[in-house]
Design a protein around this ligand. Structure first.
Ligand code: CAA
Length: 383
């Protein structure tokens, strides 16, 4: 049975910081951010927008009424949970009107959780071919003002509808996962920002890809030549490229050029958004599909990485007519219509955090946003 991604869309908040502005404010050469890190813009959100509102705004783009009737599972992958107990997927389930007889839950393992959710959804569809699963990867990547990780922040969500006979990407049954107990990036309960050993996280990411890629090649007898494109988890766009270059070392210049051209297509959106944590690989996939001029039948390899660490490499085949399912116009309009914040506005927005212990009402023009806090409960509204 063919199972995979039937529809896919992303949502990012309507504000961004230009990386030249940030570099100048932090007295850093702007080339460090644009070239060294590979980021041009960074998505920023208001306190009335959280992982639930991102998820609802992204899901709205892909769900028809018949999908809402057929979906029997809603999974949110996130590392920016808003409750230690209740899953954001339960709130999302109601907000977007999924039929009641469904499972809804959250998955966690840093940036890997979106992939865990996707693989769980695929397994579910294999035993229930008539159902559909909504998988959303939603996060706010925040490291702190003037912190080392600041230029690699971002925010937003990717929503995917997983089904049998998918119309975009049919997933192959070839995934290889790797788990290693390493503290490269983690966020203890109660901490607003993650603890991060930046250089260790870079090294661990590259080594995880190398280990997994070697194992994948040996298990499946495949090489780079078997892929038309590779997409990576993109904490910042230079990161995936570093891992890719290490794997391409022994390839011919033509082969390197072929794969690197597709990598560039996969980072067009991330360059303008920053890190989405769980959603980053899938934002890269959308960017690749919408900018990479791939043909039906072509094979895409996907590398997922979550600090801590779990990594996975898997692949999929593009379905005939997949282009008709893409929402490039919506995505590009969304990016273009964002407001550029001054650094003073960004810092004020960053510091203006929601206090769950203070009852308040809020205004926000987004389709889905937080309307109020009452007795620590967030109430969401649809415009
Ligand atoms: N012009 C051009 N390039 C320049 C430059 C200039 N003027 N100045 C510096 N650079 C280059 C550096 O040479 C370096 O390039 P290479 O990595 O190719 O050597 C690059 O800019 C970055 O410079 P530094 O390493 O000095 O940067 P830094 O110490 O400020 O830290 C960082 C960078 C580690 C990514 C940091 O931003 C960070 O900690 N980010 C958060 C953690 C992270 O994203 N880790 C990624 C792997 S973990 C993961 O993937 C999970 C996840 O989502 C978090």
């Amino acid at each position: 049975m063919n199972v995979g991604i039937d529809k896919i869309s992303f949502f990012v908040p309507p504000y961004y910081v230009d990386m030249t502005d940030l570099a100048l404010a932090r007295e850093v050469d702007p080339n460090k951010f644009h070239i060294g890190i590979g980021q041009d813009k960074m998505a920023v959100n208001k306190k009335t927008q959280d992982i639930v509102t991102f998820a609802a705004n992204a899901a709205k783009n892909i769900l028809a009424d018949e999908d809402k009737e057929q979906i029997d599972m809603v999974i949110v992958g996130t590392e920016s949970g808003i409750d230690e107990s209740k899953a954001s997927a339960v709130v999302l389930h109601r907000l977007i009107g999924i039929q009641p007889f469904a499972r809804a839950f959250e998955m966690k393992e840093a940036c890997y959780a979106g992939t865990a959710a996707l693989q769980y959804a695929v397994a579910h569809i294999k035993s229930h071919p008539k159902s559909k699963v909504l998988v959303v990867a939603s996060d706010i990547a925040k490291y702190g003002l003037a912190s080392g990780g600041e230029p690699t922040q971002g925010a937003g969500a990717v929503a995917m509808l997983v089904s049998a006979d998918p119309r975009i990407l049919q997933l192959n049954d070839d995934s290889v996962a790797l788990t290693q107990d390493i503290y490269d990036f983690w966020r203890p309960v109660g901490h607003d920002y993650p603890m991060v050993d930046g250089q260790l996280s870079n090294e661990t990411y590259i080594q995880a890809f190398q280990k997994i890629w070697e194992e994948y090649q040996s298990r499946h007898k495949k090489t780079i030549a078997d892929f038309d494109a590779l997409a990576f988890h993109i904490p910042y766009t230079k990161m995936g490229k570093k891992a890719l270059l290490a794997a391409l070392e022994d390839e011919s210049p033509e082969e390197q050029e072929r794969i690197l051209a597709k990598y560039e297509a996969s980072i067009v959106y991330s360059r303008q958004v920053g890190n989405l944590y769980t959603g980053s690989l899938y934002l890269g996939l959308i960017s690749l599909l919408e900018n990479g001029q791939l043909n039906a039948g072509e094979q895409i390899g996907l590398f997922s990485y979550g600090s801590g660490t779990v990594a996975e490499f898997f692949s999929g085949k593009l379905v005939e007519g997949y282009q008709q399912q893409l929402l490039a116009d919506i995505h590009q309009k969304q990016l273009v219509e964002r407001k550029r914040l001054s650094i003073a506005e960004y810092e004020a927005m960053f510091n203006d955090v929601l206090d769950a212990d203070i009852d308040s009402n809020y205004e926000d023009s987004l389709l889905y946003s937080i309307a109020s806090i009452s007795n620590t409960v967030r109430t969401y509204k649809e415009k």
